[in-house]
Structures are given as structure tokens and as C-alpha cells.
Design a protein around this ligand. Structure first.
Ligand SMILES: Cc1cc2nc3c(=O)[nH]c(=O)nc-3n(C[C@H](O)[C@H](O)[C@H](O)COP(=O)(O)OP(=O)(O)OC[C@H]3O[C@@H](n4cnc5c(N)ncnc54)[C@H](O)[C@@H]3O)c2cc1C
Length: 261
């Protein structure tokens, strides 16, 4: 399977990439790790006339603390997230989530920005990003803007990014010491994509709870009902069981959490 013919561009800066997007409009696609775009091009599900390879743009990868948040550059690979000592210490949910993605080849090539921008309904990061209350930084002709992750995923493979915007960074707010966080998924046996995946973040006092779900609809969603059932409760086994049972499919979970269906 070969992709349709395309013209290849390799901009040296974000501004150059943005001006290419502005000029080439719908005929162009950005290329990051290529682990979603290239398969789609080979299957001819995507046939961009121009491919804008952003991998040589400096400053778009890396993980650092910045103004009370953790900033992750768009081109940071899943492997870099999985192996980051900063994230292991301060946001283990992301290292855990990244470690479940695909196989070593996918994790070495695929990027955080590419995964979020692609908005695959079975991707893993969206659940974690929602649970953590992340923000996405987009850069376009008018400069940068920050989008709350709850406003970012719009539907199947659709985000709040404008056609001439590039996702440049994801920002994770800091959570108090002692916050518990975990990601569990039922992986597809072939691709390892999430048939369903759930990310949960709970502060030690139980006052702040974040729960994100992926794989169960056309986009990842915040499980608001589960969050409400857990917030402020003493998180013993009974409270957790009650929250889970109260939101089971038989008792209206789908109606409550997935009212967009
Ligand atoms: C065999 C296989 C198994 C996989 N398993 C999993 C899995 O278990 N879990 C999972 O979550 N994912 C999985 N993936 C997907 C993988 O994580 C991809 O890396 C990811 O979806 C896309 O990231 P990328 O960097 O490869 O983006 P690309 O493929 O380069 O781009 C994807 C899309 O996003 C756009 N884009 C890329 N970067 C940006 C940016 N910075 N700003 C704006 N738009 C951008 C591109 O134009 C394109 O439309 C798998 C992929 C493969 C091939």
C-alpha cells in the first residue's frame, strides 16, 4: 500500500509551518510521528497534497516544570513520557498511560501532540489529559492560545484546533503531594488501542477527583457523574463500589456520561 503522491515540506520554525498551513489550507497535513497519518495515507483515508513535516522544528519537544505546571512539548515521544523521571515523580499517570501505548516502535515514534491532535476515539492520552485537567497550547497566525482539555475534543478525529494552528504544548496542572492516579485499559489484542480506558486522579483528602474515559464513544469524555459521586467522600472500598454501581450501564451510566450519543 502506497500513499497518493504529495509534496513534502520541512519548515524550520513554527511560524514557517503556520504560514504553510495558511497558504496550503485543506490540502496540507502536519506530520509528527507519522504513526496515525502515514497508515491513513497508505489506506487512502487521507490524501493530502502537501505534507508538512514538523519534526525538525526546534523547541517542540521536552518535559519541564513551568510556572507551577508541567509543560510537555508537542513532539515529545510516548517513550520520552514513559521514561521521564520528572513525570514519574510528579505525574505518574502520564508515564503509566504512555507505557500502555502500542509497542516500542509506536512509542519511539508517536508524539503526545500528534496523539491529542489526531483525537482518535480509542487513544489513551485523552482520558489521562481529561482526568488531570490538562490544557493544550495552540499556536496560529495570531499567536498562542490555551484551550482547556474539556473544550479540546469535539468529536471523532475532531478537535478545537483551527486549520492553521499547531498544537505546540500540553500543560498539566500540579496536583497536591499524595494525590493518587492510575490508568487502566482493556487493550485491543492487536493494536493495543483502548477498547475502553479509564484514568482517575484523586487527592488524598478526596476533595478533588478527575475521571476521564476513552474508547467508549466518538471522543474521550469526563465522567462527571462518577466524579460527583466520589468527590468529598472518604474513599473507602464502599464509597468506590457505590460510585461504580451508581454509574453502571444498567443504572444509567451511559445516559449520564454519554448524553452526546
Ligand atoms: C500499530 C499501532 C498501534 C498503536 N497503538 C496505540 C495505542 O495503544 N494507544 C494510543 O493512544 N495510540 C496508539 N497508536 C497511535 C499512536 O499513538 C500515534 O503516535 C498517535 O496517534 C499519533 O501521533 P503521531 O505523532 O504519530 O502523529 P501523526 O501520525 O504524525 O499525526 C496524526 C494527526 O495529527 C496531526 N498532528 C500531528 N502533530 C500535530 C501538532 N503538533 N499540531 C497539530 N496537528 C498535529 C497530523 O496532521 C495528523 O492529522 C498506535 C499506532 C499504531 C501504528
Amino acid at each position: 500500500m502506497y500513499p497518493a503522491q504529495f509534496e513534502y515540506h520541512s519548515p524550520a520554525s513554527v511560524q514557517e509551518a503556520i504560514s504553510l498551513l495558511g497558504r496550503l489550507k485543506d490540502d496540507a497535513k502536519l506530520l509528527a510521528g507519522g504513526h496515525s497519518l502515514i497508515p491513513m495515507m497508505k489506506l487512502r483515508l487521507a490524501q493530502p497534497k502537501h505534507v508538512i513535516d514538523i519534526r525538525k522544528i526546534p523547541g517542540l519537544s521536552g518535559i519541564k516544570e513551568d510556572g507551577g505546571a508541567i509543560a510537555i512539548g508537542a513532539l515529545t515521544t510516548h517513550y520520552a513520557v514513559e521514561s521521564s523521571s520528572l513525570l514519574k515523580q510528579k505525574c505518574a499517570l502520564l508515564t503509566e498511560t504512555a507505557g500502555t501505548i502500542g509497542d516500542p516502535q509506536v512509542r519511539n515514534m508517536g508524539t503526545v501532540g500528534g496523539s491529542l491532535a489526531h483525537a482518535d476515539p480509542a487513544a489513551d492520552y485523552p482520558a489521562a489529559a481529561i482526568a488531570l485537567g490538562a490544557e493544550v497550547v495552540a499556536e496560529g497566525p495570531k499567536g498562542k492560545r490555551t484551550i482547556k482539555v474539556d473544550d479540546f475534543f469535539k468529536g471523532l478525529l475532531t478537535t478545537a484546533l483551527q486549520p492553521d494552528e499547531i498544537l505546540v504544548e500540553i500543560r498539566i496542572p500540579s496536583w497536591p503531594v499524595g494525590t493518587g492516579m492510575a490508568y487502566m485499559k482493556f487493550p485491543h489484542p492487536a493494536s493495543r488501542f483502548a477498547v475502553v480506558g479509564v484514568a482517575a486522579v484523586v487527592t488524598a483528602d478526596g476533595k478533588k477527583v478527575g475521571v476521564g474515559i476513552t474508547g467508549a464513544g466518538t471522543k474521550a469524555v469526563r465522567a462527571k457523574g462518577v466524579e460527583a459521586a466520589l468527590s468529598g467522600k472518604t474513599l473507602d472500598a464502599a464509597a468506590i463500589k457505590a460510585a461504580a454501581e451508581a454509574r453502571s450501564p444498567q443504572q444509567g451510566f451511559l445516559a449520564n456520561e454519554f448524553s452526546w450519543r
